[in-house]
Design a binder for this molecule. Sequence first.
Ligand SMILES: [Zn+2]
Length: 297
Amino acid sequence: MSLTFKAGDMTIHRVIEDETTFRTVSQFFGDQVSPELLAENRAWLKQINALEADDVLRICFQSYVVRTPHHTILIDTCIGNDKSRSQFPAWHMRKSDTYMRALAGHGLSVNDIDYVMCTHLHVDHVGWNTKLENGRWVPTFRNAKYLFAKREYAHWETEHKTKGLETNGGSFDDSVLPVVEAGKAVMIDSDHQPDPMLTIMDYPGHTPGSIAINLKDGGKQACFSGDIMHHPIQVYHPDWSSQFCSDQDLSAKSRRKLLEDCSENGALLCPAHFPGANAGTIKPQGNAFRIDWDVQK
Ligand SMILES: [Zn+2]
């Protein structure tokens, strides 16, 4: 598992907050996965450290930092510290230095980030957007502009108006709105390019405004796909949507489109939650796809 790898002229760092057991296959995918299909996949999933005993999935919680010749871009900001997350006991009032140590391990400080981007606004993708300072939530990355996808933001803003403080486990209130109120947010849509190497693509379904972030340099593309897929098994079974997808059918369509796009573009797929080897290139295989893991040292 490499924590830093290259794609063309870009340098990509993984900033891991946690890699841990999560739900069982059936809790995560419901009844889409038959015992026979799971039996077919169990051995290779265990081999890549993506499945544990009792068919419990392993999941990584991580950010990516991409250094381009122009900018330093942080993609997704994980869980965060000091956040009240009563619906998610493992993430409640965390006080951990793991994330900041991982950032420092790449020679980076919070002041070095030019852009923060969130593939979507779920609670485990916005946490480090803010930190608690003198009792107030303030942007953690003080020199950064935070780029939020317009459609995604609009969805959660509407939810917030109807459901209030508990929206997204409380994260809209403590990790998104304070960034907007500090004047650091920029709402973007798919034609927005803050960096000449960067494009975003809509892949709705996991959430209404989920995007993938594409960065291309030196002839090589990297695709940061957030939660359009959560686990390596979905490369081989793209029709399996998680119980956390707001529209499972649309999520499956978007996942297949993402895999087709990555395959056609030769892109290095960098998903938010894949454990172990983590990133790879996508090739068609039968009615689905396979992943050739990136094994750079
Ligand atoms: Zn997630």
